[in-house]
Design a protein around this ligand. Structure first.
Ligand SMILES: [Zn+2]
Length: 257
């Protein structure tokens, strides 16, 4: 991982804007498969959006696997792949950690245990050398949406030798700096951050709405934070939902200076 980051000039740029860009290219993502639907209906656009990100300076791009769950693809006649339980529900509950009364702790543990076991087994049994990372989402800068502390989650990821980086994705930019400083205290692995634009996702309406946080303008260009994040210890930096190739270009420019 350190070689890769060094080859990227000391900090890699990460593209997590796939779905936002697919929408900007005219795709309607109002579908339980969300961006993964495009793998079936318009793979050429998935390819175009990845190429746009690479041209804008991305060293890493994310696949359209967010809601590509076993259950969803099976319902379309396809075979297996998994994502988080909230993402599988496709109602935005992964942002809230609220999966309804019928879902108790045991059920969630079983659901996640199967996924984590699957990931760890794949990594270890096949001795996969592709760098693996775990990233977590937070609505309050302290806990993940289910209520567990971000640092506890990072510690779990830190305990796995096959995991080379840990960090935060799809959280508002205002939490990122303090989180990097806290994460550094519990892991020596590389730290990645790819926040969203700072807007808030309304899972019921299935749309992004203005941040209620004073001083955080929507769609702000958060490139101005990049130097601070890099100095704090992040070595993979990018943008998640509602960011654009312009964001990636701005991040790359800041890092090159
Ligand atoms: Zn996101």
């Amino acid at each position: 991982m350190s070689d890769f980051i060094r080859d990227c000039g000391g900090c890699a740029v990460l593209d997590g804007m796939l779905a936002t860009e697919l929408q900007r290219n005219g795709v309607n993502l109002n579908d339980p498969l969300w961006s993964a639907r495009c793998l079936i209906t318009c793979p050429h656009l998935v390819r175009k959006v990845h190429l746009d990100a690479i041209e804008a300076g991305a060293n890493v791009t994310l696949t359209a696997s967010y809601q590509a769950t076993i259950q969803r693809f099976e319902s379309r006649g396809f075979t297996r792949e998994e994502r988080s339980y909230g993402a599988y529900l496709a109602d935005g509950s992964e942002y809230r950690g609220d999966y309804g009364d019928a879902v108790d702790l045991k059920f969630l543990k079983d659901f996640h245990r199967r996924r984590i076991q699957a990931y760890v087994e794949i990594l270890e049994e096949n001795d996969i050398r592709i760098p693996a990372w775990f990233s977590f989402n937070t609505n309050d800068g302290i806990n993940v949406p289910s209520g567990d502390s971000v640092l506890d989650c990072v510690s779990v990821a830190d305990s796995c030798d096959k995991v080379l980086a840990v960090g935060i994705n799809c959280a508002p930019p205002r939490f990122i700096h303090d989180l990097i400083l806290s994460i550094r205290k519990v892991t020596s692995k590389s730290i990645l951050v790819y926040p969203n634009s700072g807007e808030t996702y309304d899972g019921h309406k299935k749309e992004w709405v203005e941040s209620k946080f004073k001083g955080e303008s929507s769609k702000q260009d958060f490139a101005s934070y990049v130097t601070k994040w890099h100095e704090a210890g992040a070595s993979i930096i990018g943008g998640c939902c509602r960011t654009t190739p312009r964001t990636l270009r701005a991040i790359r420019k800041v890092l090159n200076n």
